[in-house]
Design a protein around this ligand. Structure first.
Ligand SMILES: Cc1cc2nc3c(=O)[nH]c(=O)nc-3n(C[C@H](O)[C@H](O)[C@H](O)COP(=O)(O)O)c2cc1C
Length: 223
């Protein structure tokens, strides 16, 4: 598969097939994603991979935690800027609108919307997931490096016939996840990533996610 083919096929998958994933394969892809570039070659990503019995324990723990604290524990970083310009907010709302429309969930149905959000914490049914954490002293350049690592991994997963969903939603559970995978105090949980095979039939995997007109973000300087 070409890089273009992998880019075209990758999408955020929010319903996974009940099909096991070979841990050795994913471990190999994670190691290969470590070829991602990083400023100064710092390679600032830390990865905790969860599957097997550990995944079952994590899912059970999350059900208990969500029953205690449906809104989470409080994120340690702002997933979105407090004061977001209208065009960014419109893009964020746009993907939510498209997803809920595909699921046939109306604006007023807060309970079902909450349930869809809660599915993040079941890794959307994926048999595998990972968490990326970063040193607290590291700044935006190192977080950007983690993004390059993640995109490299997501494309390698597609090449191997697998799918994924990056999940910053996990940021609302820093203590539960920090405790579960033993993230030391000097690191901060950045994101989760669900890994598995897509459920081809699920409506949540089939809606179109538009991209902004490049004129909104691409400027060419020629003269
Ligand atoms: C760092 C990062 C975190 C994300 N967190 C979540 C999340 O918590 N839950 C979710 O359903 N989607 C999450 N997404 C998926 C985005 O909504 C998605 O990438 C975007 O809407 C574009 O759609 P696509 O990935 O299908 O092309 C995240 C994406 C990124 C890059």
């Amino acid at each position: 598969m070409s890089v273009s083919g992998a880019l075209a096929r990758r999408r955020s998958i929010r319903a996974f097939a009940d099909r096991p994933v070979d841990p050795a394969l994913v471990r190999d892809l994670i190691v290969r994603a470590g070829r991602a570039p990083s400023g100064g070659n710092l390679q600032p990503w830390h990865v905790d991979l969860v599957h097997g019995a550990a995944m079952a324990r994590l899912k059970a723990r999350m059900e208990a935690r969500m029953a205690d604290a449906p809104m989470g524990e409080g994120a340690e970083y702002a997933v979105y800027p407090a004061d977001m310009a209208e065009r960014f907010d419109a893009r964020r709302k746009g993907v939510g609108r498209a997803m809920y429309a595909a699921l046939g969930i109306g604006r007023e149905d807060a309970a079902r919307r909450r349930e869809v959000f809660a599915d993040n914490f079941r890794f959307f049914g994926a048999p595998m997931g990972l968490f990326v954490s970063v040193e607290r002293g590291h700044g935006p350049p190192q977080w950007a490096d983690c993004g390059m690592f993640l995109q490299s991994l997501m494309l390698l997963l597609v090449e191997a016939g697998l799918d994924s969903c990056p999940q910053e939603a996990w940021a609302i559970w820093p203590r539960t996840i920090g405790d579960f995978v033993s993230i030391p105090a000097e690191r901060i949980l950045f994101t989760g990533l669900a890994i598995g095979y897509r459920n081809e039939d699920a409506a949540v995997n089939r809606f179109a996610v538009d991209r902004a007109d490049p004129g909104e973000w691409l400027t060419e300087h020629v003269e």
